[in-house]
Unconditional design. Structure first.
Lengths: 346, 346, 346, 346
């Protein structure tokens, strides 16, 4: 049994790692931290774990982490993770970091989009971007995995098969994403106050969302060229799920069937990416609670535009599930271990 | 007092006309029809009207309509309205038709998108498209007003100020709309079954929605050229509201402020269209139950793309509210009479 | 035109008074206060009022209130109102107080249930309990009206017709209430955080809710004896609405029809209380946004128990609507003026 | 591996059994029937199973069931199950029946509450009532298990510890239950149409719900006397979850702590029933997707009334989960096998 820890267990992504690891038979949870709840039982943070899991929350200590664990999930907010992760790496622990702190390769991009200086820029070159279904090879060799953001996961998986093929008119790319509210985290705020948020729909950070450079960086890498595009996220009055609607013109005429074949070949070995048959459109409910990413394709012949729609559970494939998939890769386990979770529906 | 009737009062748009007319002091509701509920009290259809309104539902009869009313709202489903409206017109009644049957000017377009033959094509040339805030002049002269669709209202009001200005690269236009569930009507279906629809988000009729030709026709008219674009609607787990996110590239470099001025000039006399200040994004809650259309502008300098976001209440501005506004125009009333409804929030 | 003010306009009840008064033609809103937003435009607090209402928020000053208004709604939280209301009364303004501060007649009850000392106990004897449909006579003479709580309104209207009739076995009384989330106010909290509250149902303050003594006081007054009962409130994942299910055994055998007659006689003159026919059960949607209280009766012959179910919109009949009804009574207006609001459905 | 089948897989309970069995390593799913979908792939019924489960739906045939399975879950609607279950029993298959058809011991009670004749009354005496945490001993010996209703599960588990103790004044018992919408099944209807059901709360079948005699029968058995009580169910705008609030007076003065001890002793060996500490109230989210029943106790000293609140996931503990627990008992497996599911939250 590999010993693993979770730093920052009180947030939604930390809690979701807990849930998934409970069904994983290759690892043992030996250390959880929660600085506001240090010394208290995990069931005080998560009453629904009564009778399921006994553990005490600790204040973070790198010595304790090093002593008790082999691998650590850092589920701290961005800005906090960059102080803790280098310590864990120095202690020769494997780290899966769920924050945004080690995803961008350029510290300057980080500071301009996240509005704070990066305090551990030396680690930006050492981290491997953990888009597990695409970069499994690199991840297997990694000590520090930067787990992708939720929006980027939904967008990159949707575009990866065609990104490197000179098929896309990149200047035409528009991504319109819609997310459930759990993506905004556990801290109460006016926007997520039930009476304000229920029966309401809105956009936010229009063309200014901080996941934009992460997507542009990775699309650029897949495309082999600089990519700039328009991204607008929206808030859906539901708890879990992201649906991204992606619009892009092609560089040449194609049949929808040809494009479909590119996708099905590209993902033929990826159990967590499901290309839907033409008769179906993705629904966030179809992946609820699971690690799947469902993708549909539609070629709009009237406008020569490809419309790709993808859905994920933002807390699973968009965070904790992909993190466990990355852990499996890092530890040499089968990549889907512990992740054979059927979507809950209804 | 002008005598008005509602044909097809049991649907959501019919019911919403009822609600609005109850607060209108210039008209008297003298005739309502509901073929499945003929002979029964309105309060059997709408128990929440107990103590508010006494009326009996009739089976439709053009003679009765002609005798009892001066103006009729037809709130029948598309495909049914085209059989009833010509009779009303022949009887020299003013008609506001809320169906899609008299919006398209070409019968062939109707049959290809709605998948049924048009049985009253002669009336297509006689109807006036009732986009009230734009075409008030024409509507005042009309006998038959084709009330716009909900999606088209949200999209056309958002694009009208710039459509005729040679500012838009029309080939780049993408419209991503999100609607509450009441737009799909009152008939139960699996997609709108609460356990399937709640906590779920999906697209539907991707690039195939029947409101597309209506928008293309009217944008073409505003632009003075043929317009073809990509439209994808989505279903939001809420009851009321449409938000449309519109992406379009400009033909030249502009400042956001310049564009904003075009909009504020264009709508300076329109009380129901509200241009939001730069600090705000539209929320469907901000127009809930009211006849407003709120619009925000964002110029994405990184990609030279204009992002226009609009919200309406699909049952009010997108249906019954605009229908009453059209009625006011047709009858020579002040256009906002009976429509001074404050949005309900929260 | 009577000049009215709202003290504490930023909360949900304050905002709802705004909405209702906008449709009232007998009063003019001349003064609004909001201590956190003093000096700023009302549209900064309520963007949905853009184009509808221009007003500036003030810091509270009794001199200004006295100079600018004839009647004031105090929509401050309980504990704050008791400092402000006496000043307004001293300035000879009429006051409708929406807080709990002047509802209980005994200061000691207040301090034990609200856990703070009452700082204006002298006013407890001067206030009139504003259950408008029951105590209209007293209210017309009042200078200070204590507007009832939302739960008490739903419960007292449901029990009033039979309370004084020696029909009820008071020891058997159980009230199980369910409320939408807007009743908890506008301040974000973990319980009302969308991801925690959506798709969740819970009880709270089981048999310990602070509205209990208010109900017991008023039921005791109606019954002419001391009343003690069990009250459990629950939180429903919706925004507006309260439904109370009330269980009580009768002191003698009766026919449901007899009981129904007592109710319809009792409320024959009350336009805002609607007794439903036996075929219908109340739904919160049936009163959404309106000042109605709907009531159903069911006599469970198997257990000799009467089940009364009532629904209100907690922000209207349970707060702002009843407050305006009280204002109408105090000012000598027709009691329903400005309150002819059709419930919004769907 | 034991071979199991599901008859009626297209309903919500059938689908939920599928989900749970997928995580059960002691059985193999060898036969599923769905009469409206016979011959089609399971993924056509449940697109979210793409890549997870391959199976073809069959029309029901008892010969095929007998040949392919050792145990069958009947997830047919009540009224249909009573035609199929006897055939399965005759074929010497073990049967877990999720309908109401074999729960009541008296055919006459069935016909009066379900409004249809019972066509297999001989089996009423042979079935064992499958309240797994209470009757495990009997269930282990059973060939035909009548899986309890969702409401009865929540109520019986809440009352069982004190039912046989002469502690309760049974005449005072009132049960007020609130259920999510999935309990009403998968067939669309006006009541469950999203625009009608969302942001709405209502009671239904007030004191007339068909689960009443099932609860009275089983409470009577636990109490050793005839029990009659008032039961009112309500519909909550959410998908999953039942919360029952139970009010009952005691026959003598007790301390809450004493009562708490009775419960914790009674359930000391039951892993799926969790007695909450006094500081917590049950929330349906705390058991979402899991087989737990959470229970809280509150003794209202002011009224000498015990208030017991219980929550379950109606589709799991209230249906499919308890059915699998019963299967485990019948097959001699550990009772929790395959049911170690962490509640999903948020």
């Amino acid at each position: 049994m590999v010993r693993v820890g979770i730093v920052g267990v009180t947030g939604y992504t930390g809690g979701e790692i807990l849930r998934i690891l409970h069904g994983h038979d290759g690892v043992e949870l030996t250390y959880v931290t929660a600085h506001t709840m240090a010394g208290r039982m995990l069931t005080e943070v998560y009453p629904h774990y009564q009778g399921i899991m006994e553990a005490t929350c600790h204040a973070f200590s790198v010595e304790e982490a090093a002593q008790k664990t082999d691998l650590v999930f850092s589920a701290l907010p961005h800005g906090e993770s960059m102080d803790v992760v280098p310590q864990l790496c120095e202690a020769r622990l494997k780290v899966i970091d769920l924050s945004a702190d080690f995803r961008l390769k350029e510290a300057q991009l980080y500071s301009s989009w996240y509005r704070k200086e990066h305090r551990a820029p030396a680690y930006l070159g050492r981290s491997v971007y953990g888009l597990a279904d695409i970069y499994a090879g690199d991840i297997k060799e990694a000590d520090l995995v930067a787990n992708p953001g939720c929006y980027p996961t939904s967008v990159l998986l949707a575009l990866a098969p065609v990104a490197g093929e000179d098929l896309l008119n990149w200047n035409s790319l528009v991504v319109d994403s819609k997310s459930g509210t759990s993506g905004a985290g556990r801290v109460p705020s006016p926007v997520l106050h039930f009476p304000e948020c229920s029966e309401n729909f809105r956009a936010y950070r229009v063309a200014e969302h901080q996941h934009t450079p992460e997507m542009e960086q990775e699309l650029g890498r897949l495309a082999g060229r600089k990519v700039t595009f328009t991204f607008v996220p929206h808030l859906v009055p539901m708890v879990r799920g992201i649906l991204s609607t992606i619009y892009v013109q092609l560089t040449k005429k194609m049949e929808e069937e040809e494009i479909r074949n590119i996708y099905s070949n590209y993902y033929s070995e990826c159990k967590f990416v499901r290309l839907l048959p033409p008769s179906l459109v993705p629904e966030t409910r179809h992946v609820y609670g699971s690690n799947y990413c469902d993708i549909s394709l539609k070629y709009d012949r009237r406008t020569d535009r490809l419309i790709i729609i993808s859905v994920i559970d933002n807390l699973v494939k968009g965070a904790a599930g992909q993190a466990v998939q990355n852990m499996n890769l890092v530890l040499g386990f089968e990549e889907g271990r512990g992740l054979d979770i059927v979507p809950i529906r209804p």
